[in-house]
Design a protein around this ligand. Structure first.
Ligand SMILES: [Zn+2]
Length: 271
């Protein structure tokens, strides 16, 4: 599943190239997770102003209205001057004067939603409750510590819930907790201030590194310019159950938390 770094890398891969383009046509394939929310033809003639991101949503701002794009479980975007005819898993084409932006999504949990503005009911529903952006300067330590104190559940689950910080998915939650030396099962509210501060720093570092590397090794990911498979994140614990910890050589452990796999080192990560 594309996580926040993949979405950010996708954004960077086409944001500049599509800026200023005029929409010439919109083509829909099979239904995605949510309906588009407008008659596709109404977008023809509008200009693409910019491509932003909030959590795992890409925000394609038009001179009137905007498109919210989510990659779901298996979605990927491509942007190129010319693309081949749409295949069975290509469910959205935004044809512009500078190229075509295409959503390829075999499992169709992704979505493209048109809204008039970010105050639109649907936009508020999708974006209104998202927590702070981990890669923004506004992601403050004090606020993060205060958020953790409000939650009695396991820190890993609290990270995934997206209220204390948005977009820290399963892979990066495991990696950040390892980096901070925190056992994933510790109750969020019980973390001391210094440990919460270490976790805050680890989240920023892990996600920043992943963006810098171009994301992680995710099977369905390809950047919008079509370069597949260059995400080569060296994970410390994620996906390494039973293998020796890179730091202490003890075996990495795998547990289930809320039906999600959690990887941790019982020696390096303290309860
Ligand atoms: Zn270890």
């Amino acid at each position: 599943m594309p996580e926040l770094p993949e979405v950010e890398v996708t954004r960077r891969s086409f944001a500049d190239a599509i800026e200023g383009a005029t929409v010439q046509a919109v083509r829909l394939g099979k239904p995605l997770r949510w309906p588009l929310g407008c008659v596709p033809e109404t977008m023809v003639g509008r200009k693409v102003l910019s491509v932003g991101r909030r959590g795992k949503y890409l925000l394609i701002s038009l001179n009137q209205g905007l498109l919210l794009v989510h990659l779901g479980m298996s979605g990927s975007l491509r942007f190129a001057p010319v693309l081949p005819a749409a295949g069975a898993h290509d469910h959205f084409d935004l044809v512009t004067s500078l190229g075509t932006l295409r959503l390829h999504d075999p499992r169709r949990f992704g979505a493209v939603v048109y809204v008039d503005s970010l105050n639109d009911v649907q936009a508020l529903k999708l974006l209104g409750r998202l927590g702070p952006e981990p890669l923004a300067d506004t992601f403050g330590v004090a606020q993060f510590q205060a958020q953790l104190r409000r939650h009695q559940s396991a820190i890993k689950s609290v990270l995934l819930a997206g209220e204390a910080v948005v977009g820290v998915g399963n892979i990066y939650a495991s990696e950040a907790l390892f980096m901070a030396g925190i056992r994933p099962t510790v109750r969020a509210a019980r973390l001391s201030r210094p440990r919460a501060a270490r976790l805050h720093a680890a989240i920023v570092q892990v996600l920043g590194q992943a963006v810098a590397l171009g994301g992680s090794t995710l099977r369905d990911f390809s950047s919008a310019s079509g370069q597949a498979g260059y995400f080569q994140l060296q994970t410390m614990v994620y996906g390494r159950a039973g293998l020796p910890c890179h730091v202490c050589a003890n075996p990495v452990r795998l547990i289930k938390q809320g039906q999600r796999s959690t990887f941790y080192c019982p020696t390096c990560q303290k309860p």
